[in-house]
Design a protein around this ligand. Structure first.
Ligand code: PLP
Length: 395
């Protein structure tokens, strides 16, 4: 008899985006002439950089010629891309060699799959509010999950507690959804905790490209001691608009040993069994991101989103609304005014000013009463949404 994985029954149904769509669609049906502005989206809207598109086309052309045709790629990614990523880390001041980099089809896959190589009885620690993939993938595996509270008081940067013993810790900085970032001292505290307790940090740096302040590390590998306790997942999705193109990378230090086992080798074994690599044209496109011209071009898009974030953050300042993010992050995480609940504020904005955001409670209990706006929309709409908000709340 077939038996299914019953741990799936333990998943809390996450209807967040379905509920947002349902409410928005119902409103639009009743008010079809409304100009709705969506500031809830987590997807990018600007196109790929020209140099990236050229590299992808060139990669396709090479596949069409016998002499340059390529079959299965290397599991860990082509050396030309890993060299380029390693060079990028060098500029950040992190020593990451090409043979510590594994190219993938985006950070979500590795974040969701990395649990394959760890025993079921590991205790997991995530910060709350949280990117749901860390929680759901561990629930599917039947692991126990502890939560470190991100609150207004700690600026949504939960720190380690020596009384809480966790085996695997997920950290995300700049954070989705809160936009909060760990500074060097805070991240060092986590690294020290992990080394002391023989724990592993899984560090999600998907939004590192938005960091502008020197005191905020762009990689955990910049922190002393990280190589004996951390792996890092990064993505070109938000950095270079690859949400549809799909490419990311995971860094596993060669010296990382846990439970007497080399983690790179263990993950490589899993990878070579269940994954056949990223397509050649996509890896060509990804390598172009790290070229001098590529860096220049992607920074134009990032600056555009960051300017949107600033427009939103300035509006919060003007309205006296508390928030995190907005700087070093594409997300603005704001406290709903007048003690409104997240969904109450969602309904209020939809009905009164036709702006859609994301209720914070979809990301965990500490998201109650908070709300996420994103800077991935277009400039004109961002400005208009903020003008509408000012008019509404200043009434
Ligand atoms: N990690 C975080 C924190 C994210 O917010 C996202 C996407 O929104 C991802 C990872 C997924 O990235 P990718 O598109 O590379 O799978």
């Amino acid at each position: 008899m077939t038996k299914v994985n019953k741990h799936f029954e333990d998943l809390v149904p996450n209807y967040l985006f379905a509920d947002i769509a349902k409410k928005t669609n119902a409103f639009m049906q009743e008010n079809p002439d409304t100009k709705l502005i969506r500031l809830g989206i987590g997807d990018v809207t600007l196109p790929l950089a020209p140099v990236v598109v050229e590299a992808m086309k060139k990669g396709c052309d090479e596949l069409g010629v016998k002499e340059t045709f390529k079959g299965y790629p290397d599991y860990e990614g082509y050396a030309f891309l890993r060299d380029a990523i390693s060079g990028y880390y060098k500029k950040l001041g992190a020593d990451v060699s090409p043979d510590e980099i594994l190219v993938n089809d985006g950070a979500k896959s590795d974040a969701g799959n990395i649990g394959d190589i760890f025993s079921q009885d590991n205790v997991i620690l995530v910060t709350d509010p949280v990117y749901p993939v860390y929680v759901d993938s561990n629930i599917m595996a039947g692991r126990k999950i502890l939560y470190a509270d991100g609150t207004e008081e700690n600026g949504f940067c939960a720190l380690p507690d020596e009384n809480v013993k966790a085996d695997i810790i997920y950290l995300c900085s700049p954070n989705n959804p809160t936009g909060a970032c760990y500074n060097r001292t805070q991240l060092k505290a986590w690294v020290d905790y992990a080394n002391k307790n023989n724990s592993l940090i899984i560090y999600d740096a998907a939004y590192e490209a938005f960091i502008e302040e020197d005191d905020i590390p762009r990689s955990i590998m910049e922190i002393e001691g990280a190589k004996t306790c951390a792996i890092e997942m990064c993505s070109l999705s938000k950095t270079a608009g690859f949400t549809g193109t799909r490419c990311g990378y995971t860094v596993i230090p060669k010296e990382l040993e846990l439970d007497g086992t080399n983690i790179y080798k263990l993950w490589y074994r899993r990878l070579s069994t269940k994954f056949n690599g990223v397509s050649y044209p996509v890896q060509c496109a990804a390598a172009a991101v790290f070229s001098e011209e590529g860096q220049k071009q992607i920074k134009e898009n990032i600056s555009y989103y960051k300017e949107n974030a600033k427009i939103i953050a300035d509006t919060m300042d003007e309205l006296g609304i508390k928030y995190t993010g907005g700087k070093n992050s594409p997300y603005i995480w704001l406290k709903c005014p007048n003690n409104m609940g997240s969904w109450e504020f969602f309904d209020y904005l939809l009905k009164e000013i036709n702006v859609v955001g994301t209720p914070g409670e979809g990301f965990g209990k500490n998201g109650k009463g908070w709300f996420r706006l994103t800077s991935f929309g277009d400039r004109e709409n961002t400005i208009e949404a903020m003008n509408r908000l000012k008019n509404l709340l200043k009434k």
